[in-house]
Design a binder for this molecule. Structure first.
Ligand code: XUL
Length: 480
């Protein structure tokens, strides 16, 4: 039986999974690394920490000769490498908000409408392109040393194989990729005066683009490595979201509502992203920057002694609506639906009567209401009849029930809910011919597990209170 290895460079940890060719998980490993916030709304990681974590995972997996490897990871980040492939500074991540002015520079230089027509999206602060301009505008001597810019998982590919490559799904999130033609936009690079040689060639996600190099600890040389995909496209492969009828919701640091598309179509208002999918087609998605991340932040800041299950149990003791307490989860600005890097988090409505359970519940509800904002936009084209949940948060029965009620929609879990690493391993399997297509890989490996039905709890008034609070606080946020 063939063995497939999926490696995910997440925001909090690296995760590796070994599957057999039926899609069964044989082994899994995780290794965490820190996230640095040197200034408010900055978000950075050290690429060497990713590589150390990959090596730790490989030694836990202890399989020196898998048949193929699929890579995935947090999207949009910029790893700036010099002539010797050494990072010139820490990587700037997807949830970093320092590039507001550079997004305006792209709008002005390329033209607001043209950027959207070429890339399918407005230039957003989290995307890679404005980060490169930021480096040029603010750290010129470092910029002058840069010879290659890579996305996070592609840096790990370089360490594993010595080769520079990316895939069309992750490349779509740079803000420099032609959505319809599935290629780099050389015209945008020329207009922004960016050397095309900075960027790696792109390939479809299932294509074998490189082989592992000699001398790796824990892996033999010559193993096929497919192009892979950004974490959201890979997670969607793992949930079977490859046709518009299946909508998946990913509950990680970010929160994502994802729907595959057969043709490239973009949201004229830019609230939903439009990217290439890993199955040769396209997808749309709404992205919350702090979803599970808001719950983690709350726990780390106010409830360190609680496990996530204990925090959920505490929140469950408060009634829906948290006795009038509302939280906005915009801890790192927000993309969908506001595209507002200046958005901030806030608790509102607190009284002497509120206690820890109300606060905890308000945070879970805010993450759910933000996802509902994304879902409503996704449902504009075609109604959503059920969703598939993935990511760490999908393991919480309390949160699953809240989501089924907030969405007013049946929510499924999956039998192998291992997130993006699982989808990446399936892409590797397609790459070496275990399955002829991504469709057949998902047909054979993705199985629904448990359904959660709406219980009759009505969140409508709490959702409108949540939406109203953002509108009311927006002028204050812009001044803050
Ligand atoms: C998607 C996004 C995040 C990151 C981190 O657009 O920014 O989901 O990929 O997971």
């Amino acid at each position: 039986m063939a063995k497939l290895l999926g490696i995910d460079i997440g925001t909090t940890a690296c995760k590796a999974l070994l599957l057999d060719e039926t899609g069964k998980v044989l082994r899994s490993a995780t290794s965490e690394y820190p996230l640095h916030t040197p200034r408010p709304l900055w978000s950075e990681q050290n690429p060497e920490d990713w590589w150390q974590a990959v090596q730790e995972c490989l030694s836990q997996i202890n399989e020196p000769q898998p048949d193929a490897i699929g890579l995935t990871g947090q999207m949009h980040g910029a790893v700036f490498l010099d002539q010797q492939d050494e990072p010139v500074r820490p990587a700037i991540l997807w949830n970093d908000q320092r590039t507001h002015e550079e997004c305006e520079e792209i709008e002005t230089t390329v033209g607001s409408q043209r950027v959207r027509t070429i890339t399918g999206n407005p230039p957003l602060t989290g995307f890679q392109a404005p980060k490169i301009l930021w480096l040029r505008n603010h750290e010129l001597s470092r910029f002058q040393r840069v010879r290659t810019v890579l996305l996070p998982k592609d840096y790990i590919r370089l360490r594993l194989t010595g080769e520079r490559f990316t895939d069309v799904a992750d490349a779509s999130g740079t803000g420099l990729f032609n959505l319809r033609e599935r290629r780099w936009s050389l015209e945008m690079m020329a207009e922004l005066e960016l050397d095309p040689d900075l960027f790696p060639p792109s390939a479809e996600s299932t294509q074998v683009v490189a082989r592992t190099r000699e001398g790796l600890p824990g892996l033999k040389a010559g193993i096929a490595v497919v192009a892979g995909a950004g974490d959201q496209a890979a997670a969607a492969i793992g949930t079977g979201a490859i046709s518009p009828g299946v909508v998946s919701v990913s509950l990680g640091t970010s929160g994502v509502v994802f729907r595959a598309q057969e043709t490239p179509r973009h949201d004229p208002e830019g609230r939903l992203h439009a990217f290439c999918h890993a199955n040769g087609a396209w997808h749309t998605m709404g992205v919350m920057l702090s979803c599970g991340g808001a719950i983690k932040w709350y726990r780390d800041a106010f409830a360190q002694e609680y496990s996530y299950d204990e925090l959920a149990a505490l929140a469950q003791t408060a009634p829906p609506g948290g006795n009038g307490l509302t939280f906005l989860p915009y801890l790192s600005g927000e993309r969908t639906p506001h595209n507002d890097p200046q958005a901030r988090a806030a608790f509102a409505g607190a009284t002497l009567a509120h206690g820890p359970a109300d606060f905890a519940r308000a945070v879970f509800e805010s993450a759910s209401f933000g996802l509902r904002d994304c879902l409503d936009l996704i449902a504009r084209e075609e109604p959503v009849t059920e969703v598939r949940l993935t990511g760490g948060g999908a393991r919480s029965p309390f949160w699953r029930q809240m989501l089924a009620d907030v969405f007013q929609t049946r929510c499924w879990t999956l039998s192998s809910d291992e997130g993006p690493a699982y989808g990446a391993a399936l892409l590797a399997g397609v790459g070496i011919g275990i399955w002829p297509t991504v469709h057949e890989a998902t047909q054979s490996a993705v199985k629904l597990n448990e359904a959660t039905e709406p219980s009759g709890v009505d969140y409508a008034q709490f959702i409108s209170r949540f939406r109203h609070l953002y509108r009311a606080l927006k002028p204050w946020m812009s001044d803050a």
